[in-house]
Design a protein around this ligand. Structure first.
Ligand code: NAP
Length: 252
């Protein structure tokens, strides 16, 4: 292994879990690309990383836009170095019961989670196979196991698990691993939006969720960042094709 720090791209990293993962990978010594729709919002996270002594580039990019993904990955190669670590974290929710779900809401969720992860992975895997090293982490969810009001999201998150296992099979011989993290309830703007949609104050919403979780608390972005840090580490090269639920209790 070379001593040159790895370049890691984290998508959806302007806030929430992605920002937590970007900060953690930078603290681990990686050069981090903070990628999200709004480059100015990415820069706020990148600046925090630099102020803490890390290396970070802010990159505005819509992961579902094929041309934008191509341009952005080329920019990363040029400005930071070939990406050999990729965390596909960008995500949206468009919840509704099936009889009220619009085709637009179905397709919007598929576009960010599935199409976005596919485009980002296809663009980055070239650099990983060339380097003979790569780490891909996809953000799935406990919702992959089924969740009322989320036919679109649960289908996308289950789809990401199949995507992950197939990447592990195809890319393993090049030193590339692929794993999925399935978070349970993590306190972010996404779960705040869910609380707002059902009209429950966020503190009540988290308290109700915590009561049902074996460790009796809800998760924080750092809980996911810690798991991602392990999965992208040099030493995790024999862990591939796995779905790790990080949910404060068991999931099947
Ligand atoms: P979040 O706070 O809503 O952050 C998601 C980020 O993704 C936002 O900054 C968003 O940008 C960005 N994004 C959306 N569409 C994008 C696109 N097309 N291209 C690039 N970036 C895009 O969500 P989170 O809670 O941190 O969740 C992160 C990931 O974990 C998601 O995949 C989510 O499904 C998954 N997850 C979360 C939980 C949870 O409890 N929070 C549980 C299980 C799984 P904008 O703000 O500009 O839209």
């Amino acid at each position: 292994m070379s001593n040159e720090p790895r370049t890691a791209i984290v998508t959806g990293a302007a806030r929430g879990i992605g920002a937590g993962v970007a900060q953690r990978l930078a603290a681990d010594g990686m050069k981090v690309v903070v990628l999200d729709l709004d480059e100015a919002a990415c820069e706020l996270v990148a600046k925090e990383i630099r102020e803490a002594g890390g290396t970070a580039l802010a990159a505005g990019c819509d992961v579902s836009d094929e041309a934008a993904v191509k341009t952005t990955v080329a920019r990363v190669v040029e400005e930071v170095g070939a990406p050999t670590v990729l965390v596909n974290n960008a995500g949206i929710i468009r919840d509704n019961l099936i009889f009220k779900m619009t085709l637009e809401d179905w397709e919007a969720v598929m576009a960010v989670h599935l199409r976005g992860s596919f485009l980002m992975t296809r663009a980055c895997q070239t650099h990983m196979t060339e380097a003979g090293f790569g780490r891909i982490v996809n953000l799935s969810s406990v919702s992959a196991l089924g969740n009322r009001g989320q036919t679109n999201y649960s289908a996308a998150k289950a789809g990401l698990q199949g995507f992950t296992k197939t990447l592990a099979i195809e890319l393993g011989k090049f030193g590339v691993t692929a794993n999925a993290i399935g978070p349970g309830f993590i306190e972010t703007e996404m779960t705040q939006a869910t609380a707002a949609r059902i009209g429950v104050p966020f503190s009540d919403f988290t308290a109700m969720a915590a009561a049902e979780i074996p460790v009796q608390r809800t998760g924080k972005p750092e809980d996911i960042a810690h798991t991602a840090s392990f999965l992208v580490s040099e030493g995790a090269g024999f862990v591939s094709g796995q779905v790790i639920y990080v949910a404060g209790g068991p999931r099947d």
